[in-house]
Every structure is written in structure tokens, then in C-alpha cells.
Design a protein around this ligand. Structure first.
Ligand code: AIR
Length: 213
């Protein structure tokens, strides 16, 4: 798996030397294209809004931010609690689209009403991240609060603490109208595949005992 700290740009640099290809183009080319990205114009123009119910959710939700940074998708990160700051939540949801946000990632733990309530106020697609908080009933409280939305107001719910996938989903939604982002996502997948193939080869060569030791 590509480490969050290893940006696609850095990878592109080494691939430029080795000539690694993704489809008909090098990852370096993809990175250069990302400079002229179509989604947003820079960090001051975020297109994904990441919101969480508490600062205690940040270790999970930051994985979405890291993934989006790797893909050169500008995002903003905010703390907004459905229960402790309900008016702030409504204001965020009502203004997100007009500020240029195109997808919202919302994560919370416990009685996790934030994703569903944002979805009820805001016309944008909402990806919900159930967070296993310190007081959690094994995560089920959060999972069920986010997952079981009434018909008409959907939240695309990812796995417990699955913020990385939330970031990928948000990028995939944006990539339906951004071919260069689609190419960066393809490069990301290609990297995942190469990692697994590398591990599989090592395991076969070394045997499972050596490999796991
Ligand atoms: N929370 C905050 N406001 C409403 C909810 N459901 C959630 C946070 C966090 C959990 O409550 O998303 O996962 C515990 O928050 P804290 O601040 O007590 O650590």
C-alpha cells in the first residue's frame, strides 16, 4: 500500500527515471498534469469537505485528507458536532456547495448523526465514516447510526474507521468529470497491485515461515 507520506508526485519522480508506465503515460506525466488539475485551483479552493464530530476523530479522518493530498485533490478539514454545535453543522451544510465543495466526507462516533444530518440539509453526495470512539459499543453504535438512513436521504457509508476509502470514493466521484484525476486514481490502483504482486513473489520465494518471521 502506498504510504500516505509518499506522495504520488514523489513516486512520479522516481518513475520518471525508471520509465514506469500507467496505460500510455508515465506517472510523472500524470503528476505534471495534476499541476493543471481541473478540480479546484489550490488549497484555497477545496472541493472536498471533511468534517468530524470531535477532535478525537482526527486520527481516523486525517487518513482521508492524506489520501486526497496524495491525489492532489484540495480539501478542507473542520470539526462540526451534530449535537454540540448543531447550528454550526447546519451552516456548514447549507453553505458547502456554494463555496465550491462537491463532496462531503463526514465522520463521527457513538450516536453519529453528523453524516445523515449534513446529508439532510446539503444537496452534495455525503460519504459517511463510522468512527470507533472511546465509549463505543464496539463500533456498532456509529456504524448503524450512519448506515441506516431513511429512503430519500442517502449516505454512502464506508467501513468502521474506513476514512481512507472515503477519500478514494470522494476522488472517484470527482473523477467522473475529471480525466486527469481518473488517471491518478488508476496509477494509485496500479501501485496497490504492484505491491501485492511483490509480496506474493517474496512469499513464494521465501516460503511462508521466513516471510512472516
Ligand atoms: N460526537 C460528537 N458530537 C456528536 C457525536 N456523536 C462523537 C464524536 C466522537 C465521539 O462523539 O464524533 O467520535 C466522542 O467525542 P469526544 O469529544 O467526547 O471525544
Amino acid at each position: 500500500m502506498m504510504k500516505a507520506t509518499t506522495s504520488l508526485r514523489k513516486k512520479a519522480h522516481s518513475d520518471e527515471k525508471s520509465g514506469n508506465m500507467v496505460g500510455n503515460t508515465t506517472i510523472a506525466t500524470l503528476s505534471a498534469q495534476s499541476e493543471r488539475r481541473q478540480v479546484g485551483k489550490g488549497p484555497e479552493n477545496p472541493v472536498v469537505g471533511i468534517v468530524m464530530g470531535s477532535k478525537s476523530d482526527l486520527p481516523v479522518l486525517k487518513q482521508a485528507a492524506e489520501l486526497l493530498r496524495e491525489l492532489d485533490v484540495p480539501c478542507e478539514v473542520r470539526i462540526v458536532s451534530a449535537h454540540r454545535t448543531p447550528l454550526r453543522m447546519v451552516e456548514y451544510a447549507q453553505t458547502a456547495a456554494s463555496r465550491g465543495i462537491r463532496v462531503v466526507i463526514a465522520g463521527a462516533g457513538g450516536a453519529a448523526h453528523l453524516p445523515g444530518m449534513i446529508a439532510s440539509v446539503c444537496p452534495l453526495p455525503v460519504v459517511g465514516v463510522p468512527v470507533k470512539s472511546s465509549q463505543s459499543m464496539d463500533g456498532w453504535d456509529s456504524v448503524l447510526s450512519i448506515l441506516q438512513m431513511p429512503a430519500g436521504i442517502p449516505v454512502a457509508t464506508v467501513a468502521l474507521n474506513g476514512a481512507k476509502n472515503a477519500g478514494i470514493l470522494a476522488a472517484q466521484i470527482l473523477a467522473t468529470s475529471d480525466s486527469t484525476l481518473a488517471e491518478r486514481l488508476a496509477a494509485y490502483r496500479n501501485h496497490l497491485r504492484q505491491q501485492v504482486e511483490k509480496d506474493a513473489n517474496h512469499l513464494e520465494k521465501q516460503g511462508w515461515q521466513e516471510f512472516s518471521g
